[in-house]
Write a protein that binds this ligand. Structure first.
Ligand code: PMP
Length: 285
């Protein structure tokens, strides 16, 4: 994946794809001082691009560093990358990190803060599951308390437990894992938020120790506009049995129906399909 044609934006200019490298002593590689964004461009327009740029800067602040570019500059850089590669429909990855410098230990005040933006063509995140309903494992790793990690930051370090959970799930033939939080409540999947339906009402875990996804917020707004009741609350694992439908939301996942979590089954019902279609329309509107 590194040896290909294309352009990547790195620290203010477009560079060749295969030359977009960092040094082995990059602070982020050793200590996870890195934050990133995942965005989708639909027909030449990045959906909620501004909100993603703002979240990127906020994530960095939560990790105690400042990205040396404004929201507008980050926005322009994203479009420059898409244009340079000739893409109208693509996934956009912005990443900011503490680079290599005089600080080789945990502290890193003197090392430069760097920013890169890449894009690539990325279809359905869950493949077939998008139609049939994804099969989820239950992860053994728990989302940490907000007193343990900056849970509202989209920080690389928070993905270590996600990768391990997703690998374990895939080894069991599942496409993702549902993670509980440090208190035992239902939290989210490894890269997407979760919604449940019961008796015509929607329930979604309160985002008090994991990423309050931009897609999650968009879908809550859509549901309320349709006159549906949405409960953002703590959800116990025992409740999974009583839910009729379930779906995932995320920039990459978009709205993906869930057919199974562990031993519990869900139907890909009318509301799930309606929300998936409405979201697809909205991002291209
Ligand atoms: N949770 C995690 C852990 C994620 O990686 C993502 C994807 N960014 C989400 C939730 C959904 O966030 P968004 O809708 O902003 O993409």
């Amino acid at each position: 994946y590194d040896d290909r044609d294309g352009k990547i934006w790195l620290d203010g200019k477009l560079v060749e794809w295969r030359e977009a490298n960092v040094h082995i002593l990059t602070h982020a590689l050793h200590y996870a001082s890195s934050v990133f964004e995942g965005e989708r461009c639909y027909n030449g327009r990045i959906f909620k691009g501004m909100a993603h740029s703002e979240r990127l800067r906020r994530s960095a602040e939560l990790l105690d560093f400042e990205i040396p570019y404004t929201v507008d500059e980050i926005g322009a850089a994203k479009y420059a990358v898409l244009e340079a590669n000739g893409w109208k429909d693509a996934y956009v990855r912005a990443i900011a990190w503490r680079g290599a410098g005089p600080d080789m230990g945990v502290a890193s005040q003197r090392n430069p803060v760097r920013l890169a933006i890449a894009a690539w063509e990325w279809g359905s995140y869950y493949g077939d599951a998008k139609m049939k309903g994804a099969k989820l494992d239950i992860a053994k790793w728990k989302r940490p308390s907000p007193e343990t990690a900056p849970s509202q930051a989209k920080a690389a370090g928070l993905y270590m437990i996600c990768t391990m959970s997703k690998h374990a799930a895939e080894a069991k033939g599942c496409s993702d894992a549902l993670m509980f939080d440090y208190r035992g409540y239902v939290a989210e999947a490894t890269g997407a938020n979760m919604f449940f339906v019961k008796d015509g009402e929607v329930h979604t875990p309160l985002a008090d120790c994991f990423l309050n996804g931009i897609t999650r917020q968009t879908v809550i707004g859509m549901l309320r506009e349709k006159g549906l009741t949405v409960h953002e609350r703590h959800i116990m694992p025992e409740e999974l049995e009583g839910f009729e439908q379930c779906w995932l939301t995320g920039t990459a996942a978009e709205v993906t129906p869930v057919g199974q979590i562990g031993d519990y089954n869900f139907e890909v019902g009318a509301l799930t399909r309606d929300i998936a279609e409405s979201y697809e329309k909205l991002v291209r509107a």
